[in-house]
Structure formats: structure tokens, C-alpha cells
Write a protein that binds this ligand. Structure first.
Ligand code: XIL
Length: 353
């Protein structure tokens, strides 16, 4: 038999038998009122039965990893392309998975299509482009996408004194700092049933400058009637800089106290830049996953969503950013390349006991 076929059959069998034997993460988490989810990729969702079996056994919430981003949905000024996104949302609805829509307004120019950057930097013009986008996308998925990341990564990571509070980009240049409030208002009107989120990274610990900025921003939104329902903490973690469980829990609590739905939206744990031997790295990874889930459970947040679930697919963008050799594997998730549960999986199960 063709070796590729043999390999896929083996992976399928391992995936199916493992999936049948393991405790289900979504069921374990649900016992604590916590939803458990993952980002999904269109290729394996279509071609890989073991991918689907593991997904459906363990996860109740899905986020299309890239397919609902502005750049993907709007390849040109005049054309929306919903083909792949529709397929993913249809799959989720068919299998009764909740969908996180990611993301409507991502201000950084590096995440905008070239055509948008060539548009006039003018308030009315940009506001009407934004309205067109939010209306078209949210109305299409109304009743099918439960949660939307309306604004993504708007607060700056620059911790130097006097540094700009907000990330720059087309929407902000044209509309001003009010672009965020406008996005939330448009989103509320486009689909009043959707839960609207502000989503960002590096605000895991309650004491960091960036988390304080995000907290202050969301507090102001709540006080001034900007219709934001929730906050997403991405939590792209590294074992050489593990988050503090206590600080995470404290941050979850203070965000909840603003009346916000709190979710971990993009959890993954990179091991690649750590020099320890493999078994130690996997144990450290398990500890980070367990700490995040334990903090989530203790603070009673709404959901933990991992940014993928199998080591089978390389996170190429991150390998590039860390300047690692192009073929470096990225074992960042709960299941290995053949969908077998890793120490991190067992640790999450224990954290949910
Ligand atoms: C990442 C995807 O995982 C990659 O496949 C893509 O190349 C770049 O974007 N913050 C976010 C996510 O909000 O959309 C990013 O996803 C990871 C960081």
C-alpha cells in the first residue's frame, strides 16, 4: 500500500481509538460551567477524519484560525470571499459547536490588505467602509457565530514611559481613537444577539502595564456605554516565561468585576526556545496549561479556547518570528502529531477534576 495512505490510516485509527478512550475535555470543563474550545483549520477539517474525531470529542467552541479575518474575507475592495469561512461555520453549526468569529477590526497595518491602506484617510470614508464590513459579515453569520472579536490587539505593547497607548493603523488614522467605540456600536446594530469581545495578548498578569491599560480602556467603555460584552485574553504562552497562576486569576476577577464575560481565546504553549530536554519541556508545558485552566476554573470564567489542538501542523508564523530554522516542529498543543494525548492533556484533565 502507498506509504502516505498507510500513514493516514494509522493516524485515523490512533485518533479514533484514543478519542474513544479519553475523558472528554468539553464534558469535564462543562461540569464547572466552563466551555472548552479550539481554533480550527480548514484543510484538516475537510480531509482528516482523526482531526474531526478529536475535535468533536473534546471541544465545544471553535474559532476559524484565519478565515474570518478582514484580509481573507476582503481580497479586493469590491469582493467578499466567504467560501472557506462558510464551510467552517456550516461544519460547526451542523455539529452544534459554538463559533467565535475572529476578527472584525484588527487595526495594525500588517493585518490589513494593501487595498485598504490605499483608501483615503478620511473619517466618513473609513467609517462607511467599516460599517459595510461589519454589517455584511455579521449579518451573514447572525445566529451562527455566537461571539465576535470586534476589536483585536488595539492596545500597545510599548511599555516605555510616554509611549502611545494605542496601536496605530488605518482605522485609527482615519477615524481617530473613537474607531473602537464605533466598531462596537456597528456590531451591536448588525447582530444584536452576538456577544461582542475586545481581544488582546500579553495581558495575562494583573500587574503588567499592558493589562492595566486594557483594564482601564474596558472600564471606560463600560462607563460610557460602549457595547462591549466580553474580553478575550489570548495567552500565547512560552515555557521559558510561564504566566503566574495567581496573577492570571486576579486579572480574570477584576475583568469579571467590570461585568464582562471573560474568555481565554488563543491558548498555546511554545517550548521551542527552551533548551531543556524534551521530557522536561513537555512537563513544563503541561504545568502552564494546568495553571491556566485552574485559574480559569477558580475565577469562574466563561471559556478556555486553545489556538489549535494537535502538534501535527507547524505554526510557521511563530517559527519565523522566533528566527528558528524553517523546519522546526512546534509541539504547542494538547495532542501530538498522531492525535495521542500529551502530558499537557492529562494535566488539564486533572485541573478539571
Ligand atoms: C495567527 C495565525 O495562527 C497564523 O496562522 C497566521 O499566520 C497569523 O495569525 N493573535 C491573533 C491571531 O489574534 O489571529 C493570530 O493568529 C495569533 C496572534
Amino acid at each position: 500500500m502507498n506509504p502516505v495512505v498507510v500513514r493516514s490510516l494509522l493516524a485515523l485509527l490512533t485518533g479514533l481509538s484514543a478519542a474513544a478512550a479519553e475523558p472528554s475535555l468539553r464534558e469535564r470543563a462543562a461540569a464547572h460551567g466552563l466551555a472548552f474550545g479550539t481554533a480550527i483549520k480548514p484543510g484538516p477539517l475537510q480531509d482528516d477524519a482523526a482531526y474531526r474525531a478529536t475535535l468533536l470529542r473534546h471541544f465545544g467552541v471553535v474559532t476559524p484560525e484565519n478565515e474570518l479575518k478582514f484580509k481573507r474575507l476582503r481580497p479586493t475592495r469590491d469582493r467578499f470571499d466567504f467560501a472557506v469561512a462558510d464551510r467552517m461555520v456550516d461544519f460547526a453549526v451542523e455539529h452544534e459547536l459554538a463559533v467565535r468569529g475572529h476578527t472584525l477590526v484588527w487595526v495594525a497595518d500588517s493585518h490589513a490588505p494593501a487595498w485598504l491602506l490605499a483608501e483615503p484617510v478620511e473619517r466618513e470614508h473609513a467609517a462607511s467602509l467599516m460599517a459595510e464590513h461589519i454589517n455584511t459579515v455579521m449579518k451573514r453569520y447572525a445566529g451562527r457565530v455566537r461571539d465576535w472579536d470586534v476589536v483585536n490587539e488595539a492596545v500597545s505593547n510599548d511599555n516605555r514611559p510616554g509611549a502611545d497607548f494605542l496601536v496605530d493603523g488605518y482605522w485609527r488614522r482615519a477615524i481617530g481613537d473613537g474607531y473602537m467605540a464605533l466598531a462596537f456600536k456597528l456590531a451591536r446594530r448588525a447582530d444584536p444577539t452576538a456577544r461582542l469581545f475586545y481581544n488582546d495578548y500579553d495581558h495575562g498578569d494583573a500587574l503588567g502595564r499592558k493589562s492595566d491599560r486594557i483594564y482601564a480602556l474596558l472600564k471606560r467603555f463600560r462607563e460610557t456605554g460602549v457595547p462591549v460584552d466580553g474580553v478575550g485574553l489570548q495567552l500565547h504562552c512560552r515555557i521559558d516565561r510561564p504566566p503566574s497562576r495567581e496573577a492570571l486569576e486576579a486579572n480574570f476577577h477584576r475583568l469579571k468585576a467590570l461585568g464582562l464575560i471573560v474568555q481565554v481565546t488563543e491558548l498555546d504553549v511554545a517550548t521551542m526556545s527552551d533548551p531543556r530536554p524534551e521530557t522536561e519541556r513537555l512537563a513544563a508545558q503541561a504545568q502552564v496549561y494546568a495553571d491556566v485552566v485552574a485559574a480559569a476554573r477558580a475565577a469562574g470564567i466563561d471559556a478556555v479556547v486553545t489556538w489549535g489542538f494537535t502538534d501535527r501542523f507547524q505554526q510557521g508564523a511563530l517559527v519565523k518570528r522566533l528566527k528558528l530554522p524553517a523546519d522546526t516542529p512546534t509541539p504547542m498543543w494538547l495532542f501530538d502529531e498522531a492525535y495521542a494525548p500529551k502530558p499537557a492533556f492529562e494535566a488539564v484533565v486533572r485541573a478539571l477534576e
